[in-house]
Design a protein around this ligand. Structure first.
Ligand code: PLP
Length: 468
């Protein structure tokens, strides 16, 4: 552990985690069994087109979520589109701006206009009162997102949807295994959509599923998923290829078997993070709303810069260099991303969204995150909080090394390492206040050298004086 701030990697010390600790590492156990399973599918002669693996997977999903229908799809983005088409939606669809961009893209891609509503400051899910304010004569549906595995205020949203006679649907991509008042995600609204992408709690490598208790809607979704084909010589709708293939379904069945273990590990990790951060002032973990059970797929906190002593993005710079790849999330917000920033429907006030985009911090969890990692990471965060003033001042004085030797951003997973001297590259999660300069050796890239901008200094001082 660090005994002085000069032991921090940003000031030339050694990274705490030689093997970087990531958010969203795939949950994957019993690889040999999975290989055998995949190999059996390859030898079966049926690789796709609603084969036995997909049918079994759908059956298991509907049993688990206690819902009449589970329609397996190639990914959640396509599943959202199939659902919207099956509901014949047109015009505007109200959704939170605080969601993964796929929620908005999926709808816009098929000609719907996303109207961005604000979120609740505690659960970070869509605010029913903001939805009320976003309603218009063109509203054709309300799309809630169960962010971080916290279920939306489904009862209030349902009342609004009923009152205005529009369907309520959910992007439940974060909510596999979460429940509210004893009811599992998958049963709410007209239908819900889950992602089974490799980074999700349960996954089929890539995949998605639509769940609904509405028989007609499920039948329409099934038709649309398969080009609108209804018989050997019959095509009833304009459909798409949204089929899940057999290998994916087999991987999903494999992953489902680990659900109890994944949930238990996530719960343990959340508890350990809470213990570790109990004395770290200014970094507060989100708590699960009363009456809900979370899948704890995400461990999320907010950095109160005036108490912590560094902004969220400054903290990310320090910990990423240590190999703790904590992240901001959903930045810049759907409403501020280029395709939507000049959107006609973007007039709802997004005060809470704006605040949370600035300070939310996601910490690693999942099967790959051992208790010892959380213990060391917690000690690191506490050390940074205790020494934040000195770290901040040292950041002002000296250039800092702001990357880990195995930083995936630096090594090309996210961005290709620049080849020319002094080229500036963006650093994921470091939005705004820090400037990056890069130096390079021939083959081994040298670290980013970052200094803190004057704007950041004055913002910081302002925060500090406000807190006093
Ligand atoms: C909230 C949310 N919506 C939609 C998606 C898109 O899911 P998929 O990658 O399966 O298309 C994701 C994926 O991460 C998500 O987190």
């Amino acid at each position: 552990m660090k005994s002085s701030i000069h032991d921090l990697r940003i000031f030339g010390g050694t990274s705490l985690f030689q093997n970087p600790v990531h958010v969203g590492h795939p949950n994957l156990l019993r690889k040999q069994q999975l290989e055998r399973r995949l190999s059996a599918v390859l030898n079966s002669g049926q690789l796709t087109n609603h084969g036995p693996q997909v049918r079994k997977f759908e059956e298991r999903l509907s049993e688990l979520m206690k819902v009449r229908h589970a329609v397996a799809v190639c990914n959640a983005t396509t599943a959202l589109q199939i659902l919207a088409k099956a509901l014949n939606l047109t015009g505007e669809i109200i959704m939170p701006a605080f969601t993964f961009i796929a929620t908005a893209h999926a709808m816009d891609w098929i000609g719907l206009t996303p109207v961005f509503a604000d979120i609740d400051p505690v659960t970070h899910t869509i605010s029913p009162s903001s939805v009320q304010r976003c309603l218009s004569a063109n509203t054709s549906a309300i799309l809630g997102v169960h962010v971080w595995g916290n279920l939306c205020d489904v009862e209030s949203l349902q009342n609004i949807a009923d009152e205005h006679a529009v369907p309520l649907i959910f992007d439940a991509c974060h909510a596999f295994g979460s429940s509210r008042a004893g009811k599992f995600a998958g049963q709410f609204g007209r239908a819900e959509v889950f992602s089974l992408h490799a980074t999700k709690l349960v996954h089929s490598l890539e995949g998605g599923v639509i769940t609904t208790n509405d028989d007609d809607l499920a039948a329409r979704c099934r038709r649309l998923r398969n080009f609108g084909i209804t018989g050997l010589t019959e095509i009833s709708d304009i459909g798409i290829n949204g089929k899940m293939h057999e290998l994916s379904a087999a991987a999903g069945l494999h992953s489902l078997e680990d659900l109890p273990e994944i949930l238990a590990v996530n719960r343990r990790n959340r508890m350990l993070w809470a213990e570790q951060l109990a004395n770290t002032s200014g970094l507060n973990l989100q708590s699960v709303p009363q009456g809900q059970q979370s899948n704890y797929q995400y461990v999320v906190g907010r950095v109160d810069a005036s108490r912590f002593g560094l902004t969220r993005d400054q903290l990310i710079t320090v910990v990423r260099a240590e190999g703790l790849f904590a992240r901001s999330y959903f930045v810049p917000g759907c409403h501020r991303s280029v395709p939507y920033s000049h959107h006609a429907g973007a007039e709802c006030e997004l005060t809470v969204t704006e605040a949370i985009l600035q300070d939310v911090l996601q910490l690693p969890t999942g099967l790959a995150v051992e208790p010892s990692i959380i213990e060391r990471a917690g000690q690191l965060l506490e050390f940074i909080a205790r020494n934040s003033r000195a770290i901040f001042e040292e950041m002002l004085r000296t250039p800092v090394l702001d990357h880990h030797p195995q930083d995936p951003v630096f090594f090309g997973t996210v961005a290709t390492p620049p080849q020319t001297a002094n080229a500036a590259i963006p650093v994921a999660g470091v939005d705004g206040p820090l400037r990056s300069h890069v130096r390079h050796a021939d083959t081994v890239p040298e670290p980013h050298l970052t200094t803190v901008s004057e704007a950041a200094v004055s913002a910081m001082m302002h925060q500090r004086s406000g807190a006093q």
